[in-house]
Design a protein around this ligand. Structure first.
Ligand code: COS
Length: 382
């Protein structure tokens, strides 16, 4: 449901101020300590950030996709690790439930997800099922009024903090592809569920990914999300939406980097003048700006199409593909404009350079987006 224009502008203004005044000063600290301060998370909860996409009847802000993308652009103007604290609740950790949950499942979990009292994770990826996500091997075997889960998941965002996992597991081993997969809402405290140590990563310190292992975890049958065999489609539709959100974050990061580049290039003097006066530097800034505007236009247009009820599988993949590659190029040029200062840690540019690398990989690699775009285009005949 869309907000009225005044409420939307107020929300965006509030998020912008929170990012500028509260989060930006903490960027280096969060990166160095690999820890998200509890008081910051508490403020995120108060602002309603955990519930941006949750329907109002369950206590969320109920933003349209377009509004969520506008907020995500604002959130992109700081280290992406901050967004990750509530990113799973807004996106991949909650949307299966929002789109496919029963009233009872929604009533049980969505209010806590919206408030941030319940942290969620999305458990699709496995050691042998990365891009080929339909090949999940985690088994869910029906046993009376429960399913017994066995297997392991890999690189699961926020798993170390999660109270509730959306888990894709194979209910029908006779069907090797997506058709044999079902989705489950799995509370963290069920016996047999264990979470590994956070991985050491290239970037986005302060956001964590871990393995999750299921050893005879009995999940009540009422926790199945959608019909048996529908789990892969649940995952794909969750990802269609998540990819748009990530595109918007990429746009925000690019905007932030451009602002930093302009400020630095206007201050930094070489050959007797600010380097912003040199046309080769201007060329890099112009390229960054042009690509950012193009990514933003594609992302927002796709969000509006989705809000209008159109299928946007192809367009969301195109937005994610273009925006994530775009922010990689912008971060690279930002290092170049900053020169030596871009390579040392003090200015934070090298941190963004590392942080944005994952955007080309998670929620579907660039190559998977190309596959999705090409398949749809061929199917549509152009
Ligand atoms: N929405 C709804 N249904 C979808 C869908 C979508 N976006 N994408 C696929 N499906 C359906 C198909 O229609 C098909 O249904 P039928 O069997 O009824 O025809 C079924 O799901 C299987 O689809 P498909 O044949 O396209 O599956 P593939 O195994 O070829 O793989 C890709 C599809 C590669 C697109 C998928 O595996 C993918 O997105 N991989 C990347 C996963 C990813 O993003 N991982 C990141 C980790 S999660 S953070």
């Amino acid at each position: 449901m869309a907000l009225d224009a005044e409420t939307r502008d107020q929300l965006i203004d509030t998020v912008r101020r929170f990012v500028t005044e509260r989060l930006r000063p903490l960027e280096a600290q969060v990166s160095e300590t690999d820890t998200m301060p509890d008081d910051v998370v508490a403020e995120m909860k108060e602002l309603g950030l955990f519930g941006l996409s949750i329907p109002a009847e369950y206590g969320g802000l109920d933003l349209s996709m377009e509004e969520e993308c506008l907020v995500a652009v604002e959130l992109g103007r700081t280290s992406p690790a901050f967004r990750s604290a509530f990113g799973t609740n807004v996106g991949i950790g909650s949307q299966g439930l929002v789109m496919f949950g029963t009233d009872e499942q929604k009533t049980r979990y969505l209010p806590g997800i919206a408030s941030g009292d319940i942290i969620t994770s999305f458990a699709l990826t496995e050691p042998e099922a990365g891009s080929d996500s339909a090949s999940v091997q985690t088994r869910a075997t029906k046993d009376g009024d429960a399913y017994v889960l066995n297997g392991s998941k890999r690189y699961i965002t926020n798993a170390n903090k999660a109270h509730l996992f959306t888990v894709m597991a194979r209910t029908d081993p006779s069907k090797p592809g997506g058709g044999g997969v079902s989705a489950f809402l799995v509370p963290r405290d069920l016996p047999g569920l264990s979470v590994g140590k956070p991985e050491k990563k290239m970037g986005q310190q302060g956001a964590h990914i871990c393995d999750v292992t299921f050893d005879n975890v009995r999940v009540p049958a009422e926790n199945r999300l959608g019909a048996e065999g529908e789990g892969f489609k649940v995952a794909m539709q969750v990802l269609d939406r998540g990819r748009l959100h990530i595109s918007a974050v990429c746009v925000g990061v690019a905007e932030r980097l451009i602002t930093d580049c302009v400020a630095y290039a206007s201050e930094r003097k070489q050959f007797g003048q600010a380097i912003s006066q040199f046309q080769l530097v201007q060329g890099m800034i112009a390229d960054c700006k042009t690509e950012t505007l193009a990514a933003k236009a594609l992302t927002m247009e796709t969000a509006r199409k989705r809000d209008a009820g159109q299928g946007v599988t192809m367009e969301a993949a195109a937005a994610k593909y273009f925006a994530s590659e775009m922010v990689g190029r912008v971060a690279d040029k930002a290092v170049q404009i900053f020169g030596g200062a871009g390579y040392v840690a003090d200015y934070g540019i090298e941190r963004f350079y590392r942080d944005v690398r994952i955007f080309r990989i998670y929620e579907g690699t660039s190559q998977i987006q190309q596959v999705v775009i090409a398949r749809e285009t061929l199917k549509r005949g152009g």
